[in-house]
Design a protein around this ligand. Structure first.
Ligand SMILES: Nc1ncnc2c1ncn2[C@@H]1O[C@H](COP(=O)(O)OP(=O)(O)OP(=O)(O)O)[C@@H](O)[C@H]1O
Length: 256
């Protein structure tokens, strides 16, 4: 049987003093599937993504990429392995063009420093990767537009393009639909449906309709703990999931 697990965690934990942000979470992420991760505020979703992309080192536990342990590696090694991550808050360089934003990402994959025009050869590779990434998200007609001047929805598309520009095999996406209107979200949903045919995608998202529509596997975290990983239908039917969300709502009502 082909082993299609590309990323795996084993008893992964991150503790901040007494706070168990992620607590002994073991998960398997498969190629060409979209794996949704949900949970109430503070459940540990972003902390998990930060450990999957190497920017945060675990307190204990392991991360494996294609069977090799990687959690102690430097973040740029994760990038070189094709593990790309987008952020909850827009993370673009607003004064640069869309092409330049993607070129900066591509440069991270091809190595070297931020001098984009170091050699004609690397310049060509970087430019090609940047153009390709813009085309993948449907922003080819914004290639030379200044990032600050495109719409908010397009900026979030640009962010996904910046991840694609590193030529990844795994996309870790942190709330790519945050702050979007209905039509903009639909565009991202269609884009992710296309991308999951090619990549392993780990998607953290609060938009439940979107996550239910997109997820092949869905994990629920609650207070740092793994609650369930299963199909969308099974997760939706699980009473523990309802409890986790309703419990969170009750607490919010009490503190309001
Ligand atoms: N740098 C930090 N120092 C201390 N505590 C932290 C730090 N980062 C996160 N936490 C705590 O860890 C817990 C998990 O936070 P995290 O941001 O991962 O949750 P989340 O599920 O992504 O939440 P949200 O849906 O609100 O983005 C929270 O209690 C948070 O306050």
């Amino acid at each position: 049987m082909i082993n299609d697990i590309v990323l795996e965690t084993e008893a992964l934990s991150k503790h901040w003093g007494g706070i168990k942000a992620v607590d002994e979470v073991s998960l398997q992420f498969r190629d060409r599937l979209l794996h949704g991760v949900v949970g109430p505020n503070g459940a540990g979703k972003s902390t998990l993504l930060n450990m999957l992309c190497g920017t945060l080192k675990p307190t204990s536990g392991c991360v494996f990429h294609k069977g090799q342990r990687i959690d102690a590696l430097k973040p740029w090694k994760f990038v070189q392995r094709g593990i790309g991550r987008s952020f909850q808050k827009t993370n673009i360089y607003p004064e640069m063009t869309c092409l330049e934003n993607c070129a900066i990402s591509a440069q991270r994959r091809f190595g070297g420093n931020f001098n984009l025009f170091v050699s004609r050869h690397s310049n060509k590779l970087v430019r090609k990767a940047a153009e390709q990434a813009l085309a993948q998200v449907g922003l080819e007609d914004r290639t030379h537009a200044i990032a600050a001047e495109i719409s908010y929805g397009e900026q979030r598309q640009l962010e996904i393009a910046m991840v694609l520009a590193i030529d990844p095999c795994i996309l870790l996406l942190d709330e790519p639909m945050a702050g979007m209107g209905h039509d903009e979200s639909l565009r991202i949903i269609e884009l992710l449906k296309e991308l999951k045919k090619t990549y392993c995608i780990v998607l953290v998202e609060h938009d439940m309709d979107a996550i239910f529509e997109l997820s092949d596997q869905l994990t629920v975290l609650d207070n740092g703990r793994h609650l369930i990983t299963s199909s969308v239908d099974e997760v939706r039917a699980d009473p523990r999931v309802k409890d986790a969300y309703l419990g969170a709502e009750d607490e919010e009502e009490q503190t309001a």
